[in-house]
Ligand binder design. Structure first.
Ligand SMILES: Nc1ncnc2c1ncn2[C@@H]1O[C@H](COP(=O)(O)OP(=O)(O)OP(=O)(O)O)[C@@H](O)[C@H]1O
Length: 249
């Protein structure tokens, strides 16, 4: 029997077309077009206030688009509510990480596991990615360092298999060793065919991890292409990101 027709663009897991988002009286997203190819890591870059977090929150249904269309894995999710979007296979790690400080690492993860039950093999894989979580398994989330909290937040997002991870500025304020640990974890997630849409300001962190790149400014997309192209073109980096030749961000 032929496959049912899919209304996503070829090879795209997620497509935003002409998305507008208003927050109260403010018109924040002003016609965002974004395509996230299946597999690999797409980086969303742009200066502070460009609308990156609002884009992730709109995909997740935490703000509703006032115009435009969001299609995920062949389904129109523009008007869907957050729990349904989550069940369709998208996990979101917000900038504030959203972990419960009064609950232990174990309890934080158990809340994200379907039926509160762990798949032991998957849990061992996560402990391999983030050994600190095993060490601090019974510690309350609130007593962990910023990097450890970020690990809990990412572990919650991947405790069940997901098609797409939305992650907002995970390296902000973290020590280089933790940033390296996150980079390794993202490489492993990519190897397991998880698609990642990552908002990041740290261009050096994403230049070797990223496959695709989109750049926002003033609530619109101003560039999209391959990371390879942006990585090799210092003129483009200067124009889009304000980076100067040899700049370490
Ligand atoms: N809850 C809100 N109420 C009013 N304005 C908001 C709200 N959230 C975001 N904004 C505004 O929307 C614009 C885009 O913010 P957003 O957080 O999406 O940008 P960003 O690119 O993620 O920047 P940053 O890196 O600073 O988080 C900013 O001007 C911000 O002040």
């Amino acid at each position: 029997m032929p496959e049912p027709a899919r209304n996503d663009a070829a090879g795209m897991l997620l497509t935003l077309a002409g998305v507008h988002t208003h927050i109260g009286e403010y018109h924040i997203l002003q016609g965002v077009d974004l395509q996230v190819p299946r597999s690999g890591l797409t980086v969303l870059l742009g200066r502070n206030g460009a609308g990156k977090s609002t884009t992730l929150r709109t995909i997740m249904g935490l703000w509703h688009a006032s115009a435009g269309r969001i299609v995920f894995d062949g389904q129109d999710i523009t008007a869907a509510e957050t729990p349904a979007i989550s069940r369709s296979g998208i996990a979101f790690v917000p900038e504030d990480m959203g972990i419960f400080s009064g609950l232990t690492v174990q309890e934080n993860l158990r809340l994200a596991a379907i039926g509160g039950a762990f798949d032991e093999e998957r849990l061992e894989w996560i402990f391999g990615l983030f050994p600190a979580l095993k060490r601090f398994w019974l510690r309350p989330g609130g007593t962990l360092s910023g990097g450890q909290k970020q690990m809990v937040a990412i572990a919650r997002a991947i405790i069940e298999p997901r098609k797409l991870l939305l992650i907002d500025e995970p390296t902000k304020g973290l020590a280089p060793a933790i940033v390296d640990n996150l980079a390794e974890a993202f490489e492993q997630l990519k190897a397991r065919d998880t698609t990642i849409l990552l908002v990041e300001q740290n261009f050096n962190f994403v230049r070797s991890l990223g496959d695709h790149v989109a750049v926002m400014d003033d609530g619109r997309m101003v560039h999209s292409g391959s990371m390879e192209q942006l990585s090799e073109d210092e003129g483009l980096q200067a124009r889009l990101l304000g980076l100067h030749a040899g700049a370490v961000h």
